[in-house]
Design a protein around this ligand. Structure first.
Ligand SMILES: Cc1ncc(COP(=O)(O)O)c(C=O)c1O
Ligand code: FES
Length: 408
């Protein structure tokens, strides 16, 4: 691979990862010569494509300890979340109308839940603790006799915290409540074994784990069997659960990416942990910085560091550090002007939520890149603070929380 630093340095693995070159190589033949439709039963073009799809299904199943028959191909985690939540809610609606989720979920879950509310379901959105983790007792207290489905993400995309999925799943299992987990940010980072994990439905994405975009999967448990109402109707592909011609090259790519993830997870995580420490060590002595989300062992993936630099506007910081491709916790980059709802759910003030930076690293990040990031972030934080009247007041010892700002 070409190892010369590319600018801006990529530290946004949480948004998407680079496609591993081995994955690209595995995909190309399925775009070039082997273009058959895996559903074609009458000739070798179809048979070879079907064989490739089934090999990839096995590879995806292997990473999460599932049976290949429990894997349904989708276009990505957004579709998987939609299929899981709408599919299960609709199928089991005569058992009850109550659903549970968490305020820090990805929009693909939250927005789907809003839609289900419009359709007559009742949804509880649970708060998280200051460290981003669910309070298990609060979760237990929210379960009702008419609860049919709960959805909790494995790894949070903004702050990288790892929820206690085994404990949450056990509570659901005891009461016969279907448990869905959005694992888009978890594959290749945390051990997942569907055989022992009390999870019924699990959303998977390829492009957060060094595979191509536009392909994902939904794990659907067979024992005890979970039923879904299809959301996409047509030729009856994927045992009727998701119609549509399968994109062989994308599927082969996801399969290869998940094969590599399984083999290299320990190595990837060890490397990321060392780099995360290097990044944190470089930044933690900056005055008035706050880490967002738990840093407890096992409760955060090593690929994520999310920090707030008080008295610095996140968007201005991002504009300043042009050599670095990172993401902010503010939402100017998206359609709304609200600061991150995830950071707000941790109880962060608007100011701190606005001053946050999400740095996400991975397989191809180098020490040199981390060192560059530390230097450029420090320099720009200092520069922006020099221009900030609030920073000056803070340095003069003014207690900013007591100031009455005039409304306008
Ligand atoms: C936790 C989580 N869920 C779902 C998604 C949606 O994935 P996709 O955009 O591939 O459908 C993402 C991607 O940002 C994510 O991080
Ligand atoms: S200024 Fe853009 S979201 Fe805060």
């Amino acid at each position: 691979m070409d190892m010369t630093p590319h600018f801006p340095i990529y530290m946004d693995y949480g948004a998407t990862t680079p496609v591993d070159p081995r994955v690209v190589d595995a995909m190309i033949p399925w775009l070039r010569e082997h273009f058959g439709n895996p559903a074609s039963r009458s000739h070798a073009w179809g048979w070879e494509a079907e064989e490739a799809v089934e090999k990839a299904r096995q590879q995806v199943a292997d990473l999460i300890g599932a049976d290949p028959r429990e894997i349904v191909w989708t276009s990505g985690a957004t579709e998987s979340n939609n299929l899981a939540l709408k599919g299960a809610a609709h199928f089991y609606k005569t058992k009850g109308k109550h659903l549970i989720t968490v305020k820090t979920e990805h929009k693909a879950v939250l927005d789907t839940m809003r839609e289900l509310e419009r359709q007559g379901f009742e949804v509880t959105y649970l708060d998280v603790q200051e460290d981003g983790l669910l309070d298990l007792e609060k979760f237990r207290a929210a379960l009702r006799p008419d609860t049919i489905l709960a959805s909790v993400m494995f790894v949070n995309n903004e702050i990288g915290v790892v929820q206690d999925i085994p404990a949450i799943g056990a509570m659901c299992r005891e009461r016969g409540i279907i448990f869905h987990v959005d694992a888009a940010q978890a594959t290749g980072k945390v051990e997942i074994d569907a055989k022992t994990l009390p999870v019924d439905l699990m959303s998977l994405a390829s492009h957060k784990t060094y595979g191509p975009k536009g392909i994902g999967a939904l794990y659907v448990r067979r024992k005890p069997r979970v039923r879904l109402e299809a959301q996409m109707h047509g030729g009856g592909h994927e045992r009727g659960m998701r119609s549509g011609t399968l994109p062989t090259h994308q599927i082969v790519g996801m399969g290869e990416a998940f094969r590599i993830a399984r083999e290299e997870m320990a190595q990837d995580n060890a490397k990321a942990a060392a780099l995360q420490k290097r990044l944190l060590d470089g930044l933690k002595d900056v005055e008035q910085v706050f880490i967002n989300g738990s840093m407890s062992p096992g409760r955060r993936v090593p690929q994520n560091l999310n920090m707030s630099f008080n008295f610095v506007e996140g968007e201005s910081l991002i504009m300043g550090i042009k050599g670095l491709a990172v993401s902010s916790g503010s939402a100017c980059t998206s359609a709304s002007l609200e600061p991150s709802y995830v950071l707000r759910a941790l109880g962060r003030s608007d100011e701190l939520a606005h001053s946050s930076l999400r740095m996400t690293i991975g397989r191809f990040t180098t020490e040199e890149e981390i060192d560059y990031a530390v230097t450029t972030i420090k320099k720009n934080v200092a520069k922006l603070r020099e221009l900030s009247p609030l920073w000056e007041m803070y340095q003069d010892g003014v207690d900013l929380s007591t100031i009455q700002w005039t409304a306008h």
